[in-house]
Design a protein around this ligand. Sequence first.
Ligand code: FAD
Ligand code: NAD
Length: 478
Amino acid sequence: PVDQPPPDPTKKTLVVLGTGWGSVSLLKKLDTENYNVIVVSPRNYFLFTPLLPSCTVGTIEHRSIMEPIRNFLRHKKAAVKYYEAEATKIDYEKRIVYVNDESPIKGDVSQTQVSFDMLVVGVGAENATFGIPGVREHGLFLKEVGDAQAIRNRIMDCCETATFKDQSEEERQRLLHMVVVGGGPTGVEFAGELQDFFHSDLKKWIPEIQEKFHVTLVEALPNVLPMFSKQLIDYTEKTFKEETIDIRTKTMVKNVTDKYIEAESTGPDGKKQLERIPYGLLVWATGNALRPLVKDLINQIPAQKDSRRGLAVNEYLVVKGTENVWAVGDCAVANYAPTAQVAAQEGAFLARMFNQMAKSEEIETKLTELSEVQEKAPNAEARNKAFEEIKDLQKRLRRMKGVNPFEYSHQGSLAYIGSEKAVADISWFSGNIASGGTITYFFWRSAYLSMCFSTRNRILVLMDWVKAKVFGRDVSRV
Ligand code: FAD
Ligand code: NAD
């Protein structure tokens, strides 16, 4: 297909891939008047991921943490084009992104291409499975809204099937065994939410599952939440014990079937043993892997030949080996953890830099015009006037060009661990405050509430919390 000309041929075309933390934070702060901005993403909303684990059990309804991208973009100063599509390939040399409409409704054209002068890759990451057989077929992930809904349905299905007439004890036990693989914050938060759901709602609705319902968290390393301080790791493990969530550390899952996982555990004597763990629900939360689009781009750029975990970027977030491609968030490797906090700061940094770049380009054009004026000036007075203006502009340009490189400022780590308790490692001046418990839980709630994307989201989340407290969670299957 032939590319349509950009709406304003005097401006550069900036293509932004993705509508997640990195891209949306860039779009929030970007002065869209400076560029022809085109956004390509299959997800037509921004998702506030920190509260996604709460959606798996209905503490929060998923729409409360979604913000339609169109609603957000319509408030920008200059119009931004949005295509609900997946970028399938970036041709770096030709400066083209190939896009596919992956929605169920397709028109005559469902594949096309978008040209760019500047490109920001903010496509996030996929779920890592490490090639372990059976994970994709039998496990459920926790990354998108659809995942949270699938988990919510599966929990209820397991409970209802376990209480089906004439079900054997052994089968009942299997169906009510909820296994979470991965002891990072996603796995821990989900396990905590699930146990809350059981304690405050499920066991009241279906008392006959009370004895058998059980949550197990499986982690390959010696402890869960490796990014938190030792004191908070201990606190989480103690809280889980009280909540009767089993933590199986030093246990690596090697194979998954429809009814059990096979895991290799290391005993205190260092001996390894392989065991079968039957499950009804399996949630797989073992972190991030590269998206094929990113892998393909890495293969096109010789300077990226050693990149394994994502696009290597320099201190200005430029993809190494390119001049006009930037990467933000989970698909970029800048020596920071793949978190929303990092992605949001990277996006905001790029917006500031692009705003400045546009201004300095404007000044450079003016400078060229002024030097012509100076050359053709009819008298000394006019020449001097132009000279003074040039000096002034050059000073402004020097100030502008001195953009400081990106520096991440870590605000701290927060995680909900169930039974109205949270853990927090907060950076305070040059030190660190570690706290865990109910007060931290209120801090966690207020911090996430204040970080919600919009006032609308904030009000909806608050209403969901009140609703769940007063009426309990909704356990119906959809
Ligand atoms: P994402 O936010 O994942 O966005 C990627 C975007 O790219 C999406 O819009 C997607 O649809 C789009 N996309 C994908 N493929 C393509 C393609 N081919 N073409 C175009 N667009 C594409 N971090 C924290 O700091 N604090 C937390 O409390 C926290 N909680 C979390 C809880 C959960 C359950 C999860 C899963 C993650 C959590 N994180 C948290 C991590 C955080 O969500 C990620 O680090 C963050 O989302 C990364 O932002 P991103 O913009 O790189 O990617
Ligand atoms: P993660 O990478 O943090 O943790 C995954 C865990 O799975 C690791 O501890 C790993 O040892 C374990 N694992 C891997 N393979 C295994 C196997 N075969 N068997 C058993 N265990 C296995 O992943 P995550 O929790 O999904 O988090 C991803 C990113 O998102 C991280 O950067 C995290 O900080 C961020 N995040 C932050 C929050 C928060 O701040 N509250 C919440 C969720 C996610």
